[in-house]
Design a protein. Structure first.
Ligand code: URA
Length: 238
């Protein structure tokens, strides 16, 4: 149960100060009864605001097909659009805020998960979870055949880092040495670009195509589109 004024601000309708006017105007109801007192305790799942149930009343967990050129920051430093602009505007005003679960570079496209559940975000980004992420790459030069064993070894260390990368699986296309997939179980800064650059194959195009068992292809999302996901897909996975 939540105070009616706290509910309106928690779900991004208006500020707590503005809530009194919304309530006086009869915009908040349970069944047919208007809730007029800011301190009334209400069950969010039963509340109607302007006649509509609260969207995503039990929390937000979505998969977005991130387009190229979008930043995962809430505030863009260089004027480029943010992934949050692709989500309903009201979500920006919700508290807690929606955040991305890990990040993709501005120039990386593909599968991005977002949630307003801080505990879930923390659990899924924890280095202990080792959730597999699969990236499809196109490089400017062929990836040398010895890169497969090097990345799988667990002893490959990125420039400027002390600890080696966890074993990663490189799956180059048989017919095209500039194209393939890299499977990682961690998420270091610009990791795919840095790994492939280290073996002389700078990345031209990069797309995240899967996180755990969730495949971007299976979601049929165009770039910029999103879809709700059941968090149990990740919380129930080992
Ligand atoms: N590795 C990268 O280099 N960039 C990303 O966006 C994700 C993984």
């Amino acid at each position: 149960m939540l105070r009616a004024d706290a509910l309106l601000s928690r779900f991004g309708y208006c500020s707590r100060r503005e809530a009194a006017a919304w309530l006086r105007a009869g915009r908040v109801r349970i069944d047919q009864s208007p809730i007029t007192s800011p301190s009334a305790k209400v069950d969010p799942a039963r509340v109607l605001v302007d006649g509509q149930p609260i969207p995503f009343v039990n929390g937000i967990f979505v998969a977005l097909h991130k387009p190229l050129g979008y930043t995962c920051s809430h505030i863009s430093e260089d004027g480029s659009p943010t992934v949050y602009e692709l989500l309903p505007a009201q979500w920006e005003a919700r508290s807690p805020a929606v955040q991305s679960i890990g990040r993709l570079d501005k120039e990386t496209a593909g599968l991005l998960l977002l949630s307003d559940d801080g505990t879930l975000v923390h659990a899924l980004t924890s280095p202990k979870r080792h959730i597999e992420k699969v990236y499809e790459y196109r490089t400017a030069a062929p990836v040398p055949p010895e890169a497969t064993a090097l990345f799988a070894s667990g002893s490959f260390t990125l420039n400027g880092e002390k600890s080696p990368c966890l074993p990663a699986t490189l799956e180059p296309d048989v017919s095209d040495p500039c194209h393939g997939r890299l499977r990682l179980h961690e998420g270091r800064y610009h990791q795919v670009r840095r790994m492939l650059a280290a073996v002389g194959a700078p990345v031209m195009d990069l797309t995240r195509v899967a996180i755990g068992s969730l495949q971007l292809d299976s979601l049929s999302l165009n770039p910029g589109e999103w879809i709700p996901i059941n968090p149990q897909l990740f919380t129930d996975a080992p």
